[in-house]
Write a protein that binds this ligand. Structure first.
Ligand code: COA
Length: 202
């Protein structure tokens, strides 16, 4: 039911992302932007990504991230900034005020940790109608197993602190602990979670 993300899955992963993250910034940037992002993770050596398939073999959940997260984003944006900028034009035309946020995302270093012993879990989503059925748990486990296999000692992720109790308790139950709290430039209060793989409690 779980296998590694393949390029042919990317369109469906984008659809699952849009359904599971309504109203989020990346969703607002739209399918072209998301497709570039997930394709890049899928084809990168550092990429760690899995899909959860339904009985018909269609991806209905996914998890995606990379080892050396800071280095990955830096190289990706340096190499493909033009494609990402191009994919952002339509959403910017719909809502010009997001231009500064897009510019910041494309031009500034992510601030993510650098190093092959760290992995970043950037995104996980399950179709809303299937949430709570165990898919997310299996996806996180697959991600942690792969990170460990690649020699990572720790995995980190960030999620909203406010109005996000189910997701925060989902990660806490998986053994993640909050090591930092901060406010994003947009004023979102965020939790930064880490897990040490040798102490993986799942
Ligand atoms: C977070 C998410 C990936 C979890 O996947 P999931 O398939 O729903 O999770 P699971 O069914 O594996 O549930 C795992 C645990 O979380 C709990 N849980 C999941 N969704 C919950 C909800 N909406 N409310 C309360 N508890 C919930 C389950 O009870 C279960 O607890 P257990 O460990 O005691 O069994 C999924 O809910 C989702 O896609 N959310 C929207 C996107 C999102 O916010 N992603 C995370 C951003 S950082």
């Amino acid at each position: 039911m779980i296998r590694q993300l393949q390029m042919r899955d990317v369109d469906q992963v984008v659809a699952v992302h849009l359904a599971s993250f309504p109203g989020f910034f990346l969703s607002f940037l739209g399918p072209d932007f998301l497709s570039l992002l997930y394709s890049a993770i899928c084809s990168a050596q550092e990429g760690i990504a899995f899909v959860y398939l339904n009985d018909a073999g269609i991806p209905v959940g996914f998890v995606a991230g990379t080892t050396n997260p800071g280095g990955f984003y830096f190289r990706l944006l340096k190499r493909e900034w033009f494609k990402f900028a191009l994919a952002s034009i339509t959403p910017i035309l719909h809502k010009p005020s997001i231009i500064w946020r897009v510019a910041r995302a494309v031009s500034h270093p992510s601030g993510n940790p650098i190093g092959d012993d760290v992995a970043g879990l950037f995104s996980i989503g399950v179709l809303p109608e299937l949430q709570g059925t165990g898919a997310g748990k299996m996806l996180v486990q697959a991600f942690l197993d792969k990170a460990k296999q690649r020699g990572c000692k720790r995995v980190f992720l960030t999620t909203d602190r406010d109005n996000n109790e189910a997701v925060n308790s989902f990660y806490t139950k998986r053994g993640f602990t909050i090591e930092r709290q901060y406010e994003s430039p947009e004023g979102r209060r965020m939790n930064e979670y880490w897990i040490t793989l040798s102490k993986n409690l799942i």
